[in-house]
Design a protein around this ligand. Structure first.
Ligand SMILES: NC(=O)c1ccc[n+]([C@@H]2O[C@H](COP(=O)([O-])OP(=O)(O)OC[C@H]3O[C@@H](n4cnc5c(N)ncnc54)[C@H](O)[C@@H]3O)[C@@H](O)[C@H]2O)c1
Ligand SMILES: O=C(O)C(=O)C[C@]1(C(=O)O)C=C[C@@H](O)C=C1
Length: 307
């Protein structure tokens, strides 16, 4: 007998890209006796129901969380607290409550005071996603080979942590444990600031578009096009990320601005060596990412074009 991870009842609140992908991955892993998915948006819920990636569907998050051994909250970071308020009265003693939010310290601080002391709140973040949203955008293999960062609070119940870790592994992820503060600092530079830069550059180009009309669209190949993919990411999700990881994002943006000023100076003074040295260093980082198997672009491209 293998010690396959199993929960009698798993509830997922939020049936968008990530919630629906977790649902599909849970089903693929056979990790739930009953999997119930909830979303407050009736159109989203009926789309989810048609796609059929869980056993039960309900608009009522409280009904979903009732008797659940594991509740996965997959809503935008700014909506976590309202879900916490809704589900708190019905949570079963010993239940594990986790989330998939892109910011960790703020989510823990928002949820922890709302939940009863006899449940295990263990936040998590699968570092995998796309610029799409909604239940149709999800897929079971989203987490395969990707990191899931779990940020347990001090004094966490080791049994509950182990069970949650095993579930993410069963869904295909590699799991890393760190503090919420460290997570927020690392993700500020690897994910949050890059999204802000993409939003900014596409915004600047869209202002220019007034002047040059269709040329921005017409000639948008290569570099700019890659930025537009990221800048098409969900506005609600990303508004909440920046409002909830303010300190770390501002810290990284400060460094970014200093480095940008140095580049500006190198261009102004014709310092080709400085430009060449930086571009050589950054090319090396790209190579290291590919070597570490973290670049899924080619695979993603293939997958979306097969569908
Ligand atoms: N998109 C990504 O690439 C990505 C990757 C990793 C983690 N995340 C995190 O996952 C979470 C969900 O993101 P997503 O991309 O799946 O978003 P999404 O927009 O695809 O789905 C979010 C869903 O939550 C529902 N919702 C909002 N408030 C609710 C509430 N109070 N009760 C019930 N349902 C509610 C919405 O109706 C929507 O269907 C966010 O916290 C985000 O930071 C996103
Ligand atoms: O691949 C993308 O499109 C993503 O933006 C995914 C991405 C990221 O920045 O890596 C976005 C937000 C998440 O919290 C995790 C993953």
């Amino acid at each position: 007998m293998t010690d396959k991870v199993h929960f009698d009842r798993i509830a997922i609140i939020g049936a968008g890209l990530i919630g629906s992908s977790v649902a599909r991955a849970v089903m693929r892993a056979g990790a739930a006796g009953t999997l119930v998915v909830s979303d407050r948006d009736e159109a989203v819920l009926s789309e989810a129901e048609k796609l059929g990636f869980a056993h039960e569907f309900t608009v009522n998050a409280r009904e979903a969380a009732q008797d659940a051994d594991l509740v996965v909250i997959a809503v935008p970071v700014g909506a976590m607290a309202s879900v916490g308020v809704t589900i708190a009265p019905v949570l079963k003693a010993g239940a594990i409550v986790t989330d998939v939010g892109s910011v960790k310290e703020g989510v823990f601080k928002a949820l922890e005071p709302l939940l009863p002391g006899n449940v295990h709140l263990i936040p998590g973040h699968p570092v995998a996603g796309t610029e799409q949203s909604g239940p149709s955008a999800g897929f079971a293999s989203l987490f395969d080979g990707r990191w899931c960062i779990i940020t347990p609070p001090q004094g966490v119940d080791e049994g509950a942590l182990e069970k949650l870790t095993k579930l993410w592994e069963a869904m295909g992820s590699k799991v890393e444990i760190m503090t919420a503060q460290h997570h927020d600092l690392v993700l500020a530079i690897t994910s949050h600031v890059p999204h802000l830069i993409a939003y900014n550059i596409v915004g600047t180009a869209s202002d220019l578009e007034e002047v040059t009309r269709s040329e921005v669209i017409k000639y948008s190949a290569g570099g700019f096009r890659d930025f537009t993919r990221i800048a098409a990411s969900d506005p609600t999700m990303w508004r909440d990320v920046f409002l909830n990881n303010k300190d770390a994002v501002l810290e990284m943006l400060g460094r970014f601005s200093e480095d940008l000023t140095a580049l500006q100076r190198a261009i102004r003074w014709g310092d080709g060596d400085a430009l060449f040295d930086l571009f050589t260093r950054t090319r090396d980082i790209r190579r290291r990412i590919i070597d570490a198997g973290q670049d899924e672009e080619a695979a993603d491209f293939g997958r979306h074009h097969e569908e």
